[in-house]
Design a protein around this ligand. Structure first.
Ligand code: HEC
Length: 163
């Protein structure tokens, strides 16, 4: 009886002690509120729809470590053909300050013009940056943009004129 009690106590001790240094709690600390906010902004602004291959086909259930790696599906229109950039590589290779400048000044003659990125607050842009930093670099750069009039050799979607 005494033995059983000891074993049980030990078991409980190990269980609780294990939980005190719980990796789940550590993960949350490491992610921080900015990272969570950034994930949320990326999700609600639909960045994954274009910048994450197969995201829409997966019913939005791809794990976040596969997000924002860019793609080879061209967005073709009167502007030429644009490929959704690999944001994991781009953001991880620039400073947070440079990201704010890029987000405010980026080219607005592609499907991206539908995304009101220049209107996002500094705070949310910083959060997006910290989320992508947290995910780290992954994948390969997207193909280079093709000029107007060139038919892409990759798969592509035909886009109406941006407005
Ligand atoms: C409708 C599809 C679409 C959505 C949604 C979208 N993007 Fe893009 N994005 C593109 C395409 C296509 C390009 C390549 C544009 C080009 O080459 O001109 C691009 C390029 C970019 C670039 C590179 C710009 C540069 O000048 O180097 C950044 C940064 C970017 N997107 C961030 C985002 C973020 C952040 C979101 C969500 C808030 C987002 N995009 C949502 C299609 C999209």
């Amino acid at each position: 009886m005494y033995f059983k009690f000891t074993v049980l106590s030990l078991f409980m001790l190990v269980t609780f002690a294990g939980c005190a240094g719980c990796s789940h709690q550590a993960d949350e600390r490491e992610r921080g509120p900015d990272v969570e906010r950034g994930r949320y902004v990326v999700e609600i602004m639909g960045c994954n729809d274009c910048h994450t291959p197969d995201y829409m086909g997966s019913g939005s259930s791809l794990p976040e470590e596969d997000w924002l790696v860019g793609g080879t599906l061209g967005f073709h229109g009167s502007w030429g053909t644009a490929y959704p950039a690999n944001l994991r590589l781009i953001l991880n290779s620039m400073s947070e300050h440079d990201w704010l400048i890029l987000a405010r000044t980026m080219r607005q003659t592609s499907p991206m013009s539908w995304v009101r990125l220049p209107k996002v607050t500094d705070q949310d842009l910083r959060a997006v940056y910290r989320f992508v930093k947290y995910l780290g670099p992954k994948g390969t750069p997207a193909p280079a943009r093709l000029p107007a009039g060139v038919i892409p050799t990759t798969d592509y979607l035909e886009f109406p004129e941006p407005h």
